[in-house]
Design a protein around this ligand. Structure first.
Ligand code: NAD
Length: 452
């Protein structure tokens, strides 16, 4: 007797982005015009790889590798974070840049998509080494970044301080110019917005709140009293924990790269944050059970917020997820195979390009403020953010309903256009969000035309 062993899931992020794109294609109207420009919309415009010598504290010189990918400038200059991570690689950065294009289109900010990464482990690097890496990377990027070409922001293991170094280095290279809009997520003292630090989590919160109001989780209309688990306790995760907690949610579990903690009665988020500041991890917080880093994904809760890294919910653990709604504060935490398994069980996934778009929305406000030399009030910024996030949530929920209603028509049209292709599955929220975003990029591309 032979046993069939399932092929391991392809976790290459750029392949995942392509799978998601291919799922959206059959739902894009105007099939003929569409198929002609699909490649244009999908392929990255520019992939830059640099190696940089940086002097370490012990006097040795180490070669670091960095990437910046401009996926699309069809809708405006590139926009996207820079991450420092030992596993950063070109396919990951290409994928993240592509998601940025869809994200900016979905929340309708006038940017294209970009992303950057430096291969390094910031936990092993002193502040001085991180500063030298950042400055050297900025110099290596040269005029590939700029206020009207490509505008970086913080991401995994980078923050306002990193952005201040980028701004300063770029300014040294472009004296006498108005350089503030070259980077967003800066400290408030140099043109940043107070709301930027918590903006990604704030956006995820507004989206979740409105998703529930729109009936996304039948029987539950507000986050008050809802149980929430959060993976990751950095910028996105920590702010999310505070925001959901303040709104009355019960935070039953949180985690960081060292592990997780769980208390079904609810954690005191303020006390957990103070513990993390003192000990560098949430693990060991008194009175809570300890979990392995991915354990928090599997705890009993109504809302799960992955806010750490990609590929966390895969075909290996999707059947053990007990949440009813997953809010992707991180980029790419749920794989396509896991999407299918979750959909089968009725678990809703609010996709990253919607759920974590608050960061880029407030980055856009910061960029606009810098260009106009204005200073915006925090309550105005938050109100504008709330409107954008609610509008985008409605657009996605409505589009999904419309796609599902017309599924027979889409299936017939697809079968005619692609007779050998398998039948298209029912679209989920991710596919609906991608369809909206990709159609907006396509419309912009068609208006602009192909140069020359
Ligand atoms: P961060 O560096 O501030 O925090 C990352 C957190 O994840 C830390 O608590 C870290 O300990 C934890 N972590 C890392 N590896 C882990 C693992 N294997 N298991 C469990 N926890 C782990 O980063 P961030 O800015 O909060 O970014 C988190 C995610 O949100 C990333 O996917 C990023 O791309 C996405 N995102 C961030 C922003 C932003 O504005 N910062 C915007 C959009 C999306």
């Amino acid at each position: 007797m032979t046993t069939t062993v399932a092929a391991p899931e392809d976790l290459n992020l750029h392949h995942i982005v392509k799978q998601q794109f291919d799922r959206a294609v059959p739902f894009a109207d105007d099939l003929h015009g569409w198929r002609g420009i699909a490649e244009w919309l999908f392929e990255p415009e520019c992939i830059l790889e640099v190696t940089m010598p940086v002097r370490l504290d012990d006097g040795f010189v180490h070669m670091f590798r960095g990437y910046r990918v401009l996926h699309s400038s069809i809708r405006g200059p590139g926009k996207g974070g820079i991450r420092f991570h030992p596993d950063a690689g070109v396919d990951e950065v290409k994928a993240l840049a592509t998601w940025m294009s869809w994200k900016c289109a979905l929340v309708d900010v006038p940017f294209g998509g970009a992303k950057g990464g430096v291969v390094c482990d910031p936990h092993l690097r002193s502040a001085g080494e991180q500063e030298r890496i950042t400055r050297r990377f900025t110099a290596a990027l040269g005029d590939n970044i700029g206020p009207h070409t490509d505008i970086p922001a913080p991401d995994l293991y980078t923050n306002a301080q990193t952005m201040a170094w980028i701004y300063d280095t770029y300014s040294m290279m472009h004296p006498g110019e108005a350089n503030l809009p070259v980077v967003t997520g800066k400290p408030v003292e140099i043109g940043g917005l107070a709301a930027r630090d918590g903006a990604t989590a704030q956006g995820a919160f507004y989206v979740t709140e409105h998703f529930l109001e729109l009936g996304g989780l039948p029987g539950i209309e507000t986050v008050d009293g809802v149980t929430v688990a959060i993976q990751g306790f950095g910028n996105a995760g920590r702010h999310a924990a505070h925001l959901f907690h303040e709104a009355g949610a019960i935070i039953v579990g949180v985690s960081d790269s060292k592990g997780g903690i769980y208390d079904p009665a609810g954690l005191d988020v303020g006390a957990v944050a103070r513990f993390k500041d003192q000990h560098g991890t949430v693990v060991g917080y008194p009175g809570a059970d300890t979990l392995p880093p991915t354990g928090v994904l599997e705890v009993e809760c109504q809302i799960l917020v992955p806010a750490a890294i990609e590929n966390q919910i895969t075909s290996n653990n999707a059947d053990r997820i007990r949440a009813m709604v997953i809010v992707e504060a991180a980029n790419g935490p749920v794989t396509p195979a896991a999407d299918d398994m979750l959909a089968e069980r009725g678990v809703k996934v609010i996709p990253d390009i919607l759920a974590n778009a608050g960061g880029v929305v407030v980055s856009y406000f910061e960029w606009a403020q810098n260009i106009e030399n204005q200073q915006w009030e925090t309550h105005d910024v938050l109100e504008k953010l709330r409107k954008k996030m609610r509008r985008a949530t409605e657009v996605v929920v409505t589009r999904r309903a419309a796609l599902v209603e017309s599924i027979d028509t889409y299936r017939e049209r697809w079968a005619e256009a692609m007779p050998d292709a398998p039948p298209i599955p029912l679209p989920d929220l991710r596919t609906a969000a991608q369809v909206v975003a990709i159609q907006r990029c396509r419309t912009a591309a068609l208006h602009r035309g192909v140069w020359p």
